[in-house]
Design a protein. Structure first.
Length: 328
């Protein structure tokens, strides 16, 4: 069967353990109560992690979705339980790993909260909580890739093994390469809140492109995807923080009433109901994940009912673009 070349002998990395030790020492001197809180929280996290990583790898599992697993069925089998309605068919290792990542996010978010003001401790704690969010998002992107007819079976097979490696280790090796690009994209998005104006998105896109700085892959991506409607629609949702349907609604109102531009304050009043997407804020990792999931679910619904609008989020499209570059 499959050989298991990914084993997690420790729950947290050496760097993570070193950071925890530094923060505990710092708290013990300044606030023993917070020290006890942190010490107990991470004791529980390690215990949970040991139980999670004790589950065998899917590489060592003979059956997934009640089908004998082999290399030719691997990508298709993994894709089967990506949907929430197949929750009870999800391998225990995968479900447990997701729970561990949530617990890890909360634990390092606590460290970031307690160390705010001490940048030597706060920044690495915050970055770890962000990396957990990126890992959770990476899982969704992998599933999206496995379901994409544009990827060859050979590429899908490689991505399937990368997804299993994520489940085995709790980390995504690809995130090391893509983290900077995604981080730059979200930071640029938050530093350039939509001004709406004529609702063409040109100003927002210009600001983000400037803030992306040396990310040449972003420029290449825009050039190659500029004529792709799905990418353009996904980009507009990302830029404006509105759904495709809401953007059409606002644009129709501008056209109907002969209005040339709309302000940030006015655009929300143009919508008849509560906005589909939550307010985006890159300073809160949860907001990044919420914004991504809300758009992903809207894309899934459009595909299901064959409605117009983006069928993938900008993050999925962008990461797929980078994966294809790596595969060539």
């Amino acid at each position: 069967m499959f050989s298991s070349d990914v084993k997690s002998s420790q729950v947290l990395s050496d760097d993570e353990e070193t950071l925890i030790e530094k923060i505990e020492t710092w708290l013990k001197e300044g606030d023993p109560q917070d020290y006890n809180l942190v010490h107990e929280r991470f004791r529980r996290l390690r215990s949970l992690g040991k139980a999670v990583f004790d589950y065998p790898s899917i590489r060592e599992t003979k059956y997934v979705r009640d089908v004998l697993l082999d290399e030719h069925q691997l990508a298709k089998s993994l894709l089967f339980f990506s949907a929430s309605n197949h929750l009870l068919r999800t391998p225990a290792k995968v479900a447990a790993l997701r729970s561990f990542l949530i617990a890890k996010f909360h634990a390092f978010s606590l460290l970031a909260k307690l160390t705010k003001g001490n940048n030597d401790l706060y920044t690495p704690a915050k970055n770890i909580s962000y990396s957990v969010v990126f890992t959770l998002m990476a899982e969704d992107v992998y599933f999206s890739c496995l379901d994409d007819p544009g990827f060859s079976e050979n590429t899908k097979s490689k991505l399937a093994y990368d997804l299993i490696a994520l489940w085995d280790s709790g980390k995504d090796s690809r995130s090391i390469h893509h983290l900077m690009a995604l981080s730059s994209l979200w930071t640029a998005r938050d530093s350039a809140p939509p001004s709406f104006g004529t609702m063409d998105g040109n100003m927002e896109l210009l600001r983000i492109s400037i803030d992306m700085g040396t990310e040449t892959e972003w420029e290449d991506f825009l050039k190659e995807e500029s004529t792709n409607d799905n990418t353009r629609w996904a980009l507009e949702e990302f830029l404006f923080g509105l759904s495709y349907e809401e953007i059409i609604q606002v644009r129709n109102r501008l056209k109907r009433h002969g209005i040339t531009s709309v302000s940030h304050e006015e655009v929300r009043s143009y919508l008849d109901s509560k906005p589909v997407y939550s307010m985006f804020n890159d300073r809160d990792p949860r907001a990044i994940y919420d914004f991504f999931i809300e758009r992903r679910d809207s894309c899934t619904l459009r595909k299901r009912v064959n409605a117009p609008g983006p069928r993938q989020t900008l993050e999925e499209i962008y990461l797929k673009y980078r994966i294809i570059l790596e595969s060539n």
